[in-house]
Design a protein around this ligand. Sequence first.
Ligand code: DQA
Length: 148
Amino acid sequence: MTSIMVLNGPNLGRLGSREPDIYGSQTLADIEQGLHKALPTDITLDFRQSDDEATLIGWLQEAADSRTPVIFNPAAFTHYSYALRDACQIVAETGTPLIEVHLSNPHARESFRHTSVISGAARGVIAGFGDQSYHLALSHILTLLERH
Ligand code: DQA
């Protein structure tokens, strides 16, 4: 069965109580549930969160090896993790789509958030639409999968 990985970086496990004025009141589990509802029955969602850079790198390498499309919210690592950028590039080199997503619009926030070191290795970036950022990414990946 075809699988799609949804990877979430540091502090996203605190959604719901973390800065709700910026990130909304949904928990990460709520977002996962919403995505499950939007999935065709023949596709599975592999939804994960880690605060640890090395763990995220391992998951990205796993996605590259298994050619599993990735929806990735790198959270604060977005802005400075060259190691995650390189891991995203490993995914990209296999031709596997990886879409960077953000709940908020980092460009409308503090200046340190205006830079993404990840974007250059992503197929595309969707930011600023809350949980809909994940849904839009999912919709694009489903379109790609149907074309195969
Ligand atoms: C975020 C934006 C990042 O700047 C921030 O560090 C996060 C969440 C977002 O989804 O809006 O943790 O990636």
